[in-house]
Design a protein around this ligand. Structure first.
Ligand SMILES: Cc1cc2nc3c(=O)[nH]c(=O)nc-3n(C[C@H](O)[C@H](O)[C@H](O)COP(=O)(O)OP(=O)(O)OC[C@H]3O[C@@H](n4cnc5c(N)ncnc54)[C@H](O)[C@@H]3O)c2cc1C
Ligand SMILES: Cc1cc2nc3c(=O)[nH]c(=O)nc-3n(C[C@H](O)[C@H](O)[C@H](O)COP(=O)(O)O)c2cc1C
Length: 611
């Protein structure tokens, strides 16, 4: 009989209990195991008083300060990661007896910073090393002329980012450096989190709560409730699928929305969510945990001269190399940390030279358009094992897609609008991991999905309020959900859509839906920009400028402005067009127009979901 590890070490459990507990533990991530260990230690430590202590409490040394002193957690987050962790941090700090409050940076008065004694910043980076929308103002404030002296402030920063971006965790780095420069004292060293952040975030929270407890005290009045980390397994199956516990969904429909001859390939995807219990709101995204293309895996294993059947310790224990590279690790995108680790084994002078500090541009150029297989071929490593190789890799990150359907209108299905990423570089055909899995290989398989809630991209509570939706290309997806929802709710508010694409004939996504809604009066106005149907290119920002007076009138009568789609050019150009029309129609100079738009953002009447 297999002896459970629990049973081996602890006698009070009977065999069945021990087996059940072992089975449960096997389903947990190391982060969750760490958390539960702390939780149990807390129970143990407080058994005499009957109080349930949080993990940090069990380990915290004697207090030095005043536990009632406020601990302010400020989060800046675009797609919700930093926000979720900030919320979890707050709950756990509270459970540890600290007087913690979490604020969306947008709802926080920058001037209040000088009154703070204890601050924790959880912030992501977007754009090209820029703050997320809700962090812009506070970020600008601490770097501005009015930035206060912050002597006496104890601060810590948790930075969210992605090592595949050049300016990795730049906003977190900015906050960390500037708070110190203004006089603050760092309590916990900043940690820069990559896309697979759960375990590192957990470790940081654990030690940060401990340190603030040392600074402030706490623990005299422990909070009896201990809540789960984001991503932890749900209490009731079905009710709460998450990134860590995704739902397996079948693709019911996969239709290319472009007509023949289009340069684009955008798929309308419908997924079955019946019986899943998944609930979403318009503006939320769907997270998909993708798989790598089997052909790419095969080619990579061949280039490495390894056997697909070689056993390696992957993310959840022993698997074949082929399984690990298909399901668990990122094997396409090159990142600097990956190349640095690879270079240690490659011992190749020209690769080392590429990693020199003054060669950042050359390295960025090398990484652009190349995959991991190019690195392996360009700088081969003799006698590397599969295990050595997977140790270099990061976990395959999920991809997000704006949900293009309303739960109220269609509770059993999720619709997406997915642009297929295909291109050729350095003589190789390349494809995007998730978009091409959805486009080409989603039949007859179940895809792990979860809802990525986004409270920063939401319809107004007031159904009578007008909305202006700006969504060229796949950016139109959430607006289909917005209109389905407003139709379902019989919302009386006016709806105006700006859509843009290359050609009217081949790229007018969901044309029949918009035309029906126009006819029925739900869609009050629609302006389209087909950039390549005439000599001079026309984009949504041109249409917005042309209708500047009316756009301003809508804003003045309470409209919320939504922008979704391309972050690189479109979001910036639309922003400029809005500033311009506000300036012109409100009679404001550039600073005045910027303040006006900033205020709209603060009132949550200018919301962006750009990628
Ligand atoms: C909140 C949010 C909502 C989103 N909603 C949608 C949506 O509704 N629809 C949608 O289609 N996408 C959406 N995206 C983008 C989506 O998440 C994926 O990033 C996108 O589908 C690409 O993923 P992939 O796995 O197919 O490609 P990946 O494997 O991630 O590859 C993409 C990468 O390939 C590289 N690349 C692409 N083209 C080239 C080229 N020509 N030359 C060199 N390198 C190139 C770039 O580095 C690019 O980042 C959204 C993103 C976010 C954050
Ligand atoms: C459009 C876009 C741009 C991004 N730019 C950067 C960047 O410049 N640097 C970085 O480290 N991460 C970048 N990221 C990655 C995010 O910071 C990362 O996904 C983070 O976990 C998001 O946290 P949030 O959900 O709290 O916003 C970018 C992500 C997106 C979607």
């Amino acid at each position: 009989m297999k002896v459970s590890p629990i049973q081996e070490h602890t006698s009070p459990l009977d065999a069945q209990q021990a087996q059940q507990l072992s089975a449960l533990i096997e389903t947990l991530t190391p982060m969750q195991v760490t958390w539960i260990s702390g939780y149990l230690a807390g129970i143990n430590a407080s058994a005499a008083t009957g109080e349930v202590a949080a993990p940090a409490e069990a380990a915290a040394p004697a207090a030095q300060g005043d536990a009632s002193e406020p601990l302010t957690i400020l989060y800046g987050s675009q797609t919700g990661n930093a926000e979720d962790i900030a919320e979890s941090l707050r709950e756990r700090a509270e459970a540890a007896g600290l007087n913690a409050t979490a604020y969306d940076m947008l709802d926080y008065k920058p001037k209040d910073l000088k009154k703070e004694k204890n601050v924790i910043v959880c912030v992501s980076t977007h754009g090209e090393g820029d703050p997320p929308d809700n962090a812009e103002e506070l970020h600008a404030f601490i770097f501005g002329k009015k930035a206060p002296k912050l002597d006496g402030l104890k601060f810590s920063v948790l930075a969210f980012g992605d090592t595949s971006y050049e300016h990795f965790c730049q906003t977190g780095k900015d906050f960390d450096a500037q708070l110190e420069k203004l006089g603050g004292t760092r309590v916990t060293d900043r940690v820069d989190l990559d896309v697979d952040f759960d375990e590192a975030a957990e470790a940081w929270i654990e030690s940060t709560i401990d340190k603030y407890k040392q600074e402030l005290g706490g623990g005299d009045t422990p909070h009896p409730t201990v809540t789960a980390m984001p991503g932890a397994a749900p209490a009731a199956e079905g009710a709460n699928y998450s990134r860590k516990n995704p739902y397996s969904a079948e693709v019911l429909e996969n239709v290319v929305l472009n007509g023949r001859g289009s340069d684009k390939e955008v798929h309308h995807i419908e997924m079955d969510t019946e019986d899943s219990g998944l609930v979403w709101e318009p503006g939320d995204s769907l997270g998909i945990i993708p798989e790598n293309d089997p052909a790419v895996v095969e080619e990579l294993i061949a280039a490495l001269n390894l056997s697909p059947e070689e056993k390696v310790t992957g993310i959840d224990g022993e698997v074949t190399l082929q399984h690990a590279l298909t399901h668990q690790y990122e094997i396409t995108t090159l990142t600097r940390p990956l190349i640095e680790k690879y270079a240690v084994q490659a011992q190749n002078e020209s690769l080392d030279a590429l990693l020199a500090e003054d060669q950042r541009e050359a390295l960025a150029e090398y990484m652009h358009g190349r995959f991991l297989i190019d690195l392996v071929e360009d700088y081969p490593i003799e006698a590397m094992t599969g295990q050595d190789f997977v140790r270099l890799l990061r976990k395959l990150p999920p991809r997000l897609y704006s949900i293009a359907s309303s739960h109220a209108a269609n509770p059993d299905e999720i619709h997406l609008t997915v642009a297929a990423v295909r291109y050729e570089t350095f003589g190789r055909a390349r494809s995007g991991v998730a978009s091409i899995q959805l486009a080409d290989r989603s039949e007859d398989v179940k895809l792990p999905i979860y809802i990525d809630h986004n409270k920063n991209f939401k319809l107004p509570d007031n159904d009578d309020a007008p909305i202006i939706m700006i969504g060229p290309g796949t950016g139109v997806a959430p607006f289909r959900a917005f209109l389905e929802e407003r139709e379902e709710r019989e919302a009386a508010g006016d709806n105006w859509l700006f859509f843009g694409a290359q050609h009217f004939l081949t790229d007018f996504y969901y044309q029949t839906d918009w035309l029906r809604w126009r006819k029925e009066g739900l869609l009050t106005r629609m302006d389209v920009a087909f950039s390549r149907d005439q000599e001079e290119k026309i984009y949504v920002q041109d249409k917005i400028r042309a209708a500047g007076k009316e756009v301003f009138e809508w804003i003045e009568r309470g409209a919320t402005v939504y922008v979704c789609g391309d972050a690189n050019a479109m979001a910036h150009d639309v922003h400029e067009a809005l500033l311009e029309l506000i300036g012109e129609n409100a009679g404001l100079d550039a600073d005045g127009a910027a303040d006006y738009l900033k205020n709209l953002q603060k009132e949550k009447r200018y919301q962006r979901d750009v990628y």
